[in-house]
Design a protein around this ligand. Structure first.
Ligand code: MV4
Length: 503
């Protein structure tokens, strides 16, 4: 299929890709910055090459360096993961020019979907529902367009995306002022102050459809993921299927057909995700298409049994899908919690540092995609993602119980994490009922963002155990630990395990 594949990424996603390459018998090449010299993906790949200093702009984002490693290593394909160069059309063209296969779509499809206004126009032409909206060259034209749409409206920067440069306008008298601010923000953020207006979808849900297209005319969808729990446009918890009553099997089939139509409209090849906004009536509107493997892809893998990285590699090698939509079935319910080294007490600021103690959850239906290990550095140069904790169970209720159990097992000491926040969500009645929308975190921030020290006792025990081990290793007996009885008098497995080591 390929002689070798260079994985142009780091952290958990690099390891994720290396694992599938190994299963496929394809040698893997890792690249690393100076800050990642001791990173796990470097050790897990078949070979590894330094590509520059810690700052991404001097390493992971330097296409020529990565192509240079292809030449040195003999890699004839590149998997970009997500982020970094994964949606950089210029890099795709550089790969093509170098005779290297980019595991992803053509540069043209990437560009068509990368520009929000081009994508909107393309989708309208393809009959894909988009949010009612209008462009306007002058403030007066936008004012008239907003009047026709009806308030509230949303102002969006054409060069924006991911919520940047977006403004909700509730009343006509606020529009011109908001427009000025949106344009200046867009000018400074993107160097392009083109702003358009859309009808605002109130209390939207973010429902996205996974698509696979093989470039031979075959395209299927792999059902939906619900990514409505976001903080500042950053997804935090995702689940599949969506718990919303409006997302019925018929609705999913309809959205799936639309997503496949959207992919075919740009001759898409590879794994892609079509994002939709859904209103409270279950009407859905195209938001954008992501032309890369998403962070949250594991919950689709857990419920469908597919390995999406394997499908990407096969498609990039020119192999046909080999199955149709009827072959895609799913079972059960999956949830993903993104475990970040962030400090909930300080507004979730990154909490870089060394992971001193790490106990990752496991057991039935638990998957922890991670690049972390005891002693690993969580660097301030990169996204502080420690891992993606995923669970699968036969029903949503069981999946929530399982996630609660897995989170309570998870111990990370040395850096602060958002584990207590995730535990608070899993105990929140609106989340448990599945009646949340994209405003969930804001609506429950008092309860969620000051969530207590739920994980701390487990952390304390694990740190105690680690210290005991250290004493043992040095042949010293530590002082006996204070006996801790849980509420019902029995000793939890964790406590027993830890205390037994303290003796
Ligand atoms: C919207 C919207 C309401 N109405 N567009 C676009 C980028 C995405 N990350 C957020 N976007 C939104 N676009 C219209 N016409 C509300 C949002 C939105 C949102 C959407 C999905 C998930 C979370 C969100 C958080 C804030 C705003």
């Amino acid at each position: 299929m390929f002689d070798k594949v260079l994985v142009a990424n780091r952290g958990e996603i690099a390891i994720r890709v290396i694992r599938t390459l190994r299963e496929m018998g394809i040698p893997s090449v890792a690249v690393y910055s100076d800050a990642d010299r001791a990173a796990l993906h470097v050790r897990m790949a078949d070979e590894a090459y330094a590509i520059g200093p810690a700052p991404s702009a001097e390493s992971y984002l330097v296409g020529e360096r990565i192509l240079e490693v292809c030449r040195k290593s003999g890699a004839n394909a590149i998997h970009p993961g997500y982020g970094f160069l994964s949606e950089n059309a210029g890099f795709v063209r550089a790969c093509e020019a170098a005779g290297i296969t980019f595991i992803g779509p053509d540069a043209s499809a990437m560009e068509e979907m990368g520009d929000k206004t081009r994508a909107r126009a393309k989708m309208i032409a393809a009959g894909v529902p988009v949010v009612p909206g209008a462009e306007g060259d002058t403030p007066d034209e936008l004012l008239a367009a907003a009047g026709r749409l009806g308030y509230p409206v949303m102002l969006k920067a054409s060069a924006g995306g991911g919520g940047k440069g977006m403004r909700l306008v509730e009343r006509e008298e606020d529009l011109l002022g908001a427009l000025e601010r949106a344009q200046s923000e867009a000018r400074s953020a993107f160097g392009d102050d083109n702003v358009y207006v859309e009808k605002a979808i109130v209390g939207p849900r973010h429902i996205e459809i996974q698509v696979l297209a093989d470039g031979h005319g075959n395209a299927v969808h792999i059902f939906e993921r619900d990514c409505s729990i976001q903080r500042r446009h950053q997804k935090v918890i995702e689940e599949s299927p969506s718990p919303f009553p409006a997302v019925t099997a018929e609705k999913v089939a309809e959205m799936g057909e639309v997503a496949v139509k959207a992919a075919k409209a740009v001759d898409y090849r590879g794994a892609g995700t079509v994002e939709f906004l859904m209103d409270e009536n279950g009407e859905f509107y195209f938001l954008e298409m992501n032309t890369r493997l998403q962070v949250e892809h594991p919950i689709t893998e857990l419920t469908s049994g597919l390995d999406l990285v394997r499908e990407q590699v096969r498609i990039a090698a020119g192999v046909e899908l080999g199955y149709g939509q009827d072959a895609i079935v799913r079972r059960g319910h999956a949830i993903e919690c993104r475990i970040y080294a962030e400090d909930p007490a300080s507004g979730f600021l990154p909490s870089p540092g060394t992971i001193a103690v790490l106990r990752v959850p496991a057991g039935p239906g638990v998957r922890d995609d991670s690049g972390a290990y005891e002693g690993a550095e969580v660097s301030s140069y990169y996204d502080p993602l420690v891992s993606k904790l995923c669970v699968w169970a036969a029903t949503r209720e069981a999946a929530v119980d399982r996630m609660r159990r897995a989170l309570s097992e998870y111990v990370v000491a040395g850096v602060r994490t958002n584990i207590p926040f995730h535990l608070a969500v899993m105990n929140n009645s609106a989340f448990i009922a599945g009646t949340y929308d994209t405003g969930f975190i804001d609506a429950h921030k008092d309860e969620l963002l000051t969530s207590g020290t739920t994980g701390d006792s487990a952390t304390a025990i694990a740190v105690g155990a680690a210290l005991a081990q250290a004493f043992e290793d040095r042949g010293q007996a530590p002082a006996a630990a204070p006996r801790q009885q849980s509420s019902n008098g029995t000793m939890s497995g964790w406590r027993l395990g830890a205390l037994s080591r303290l003796r």
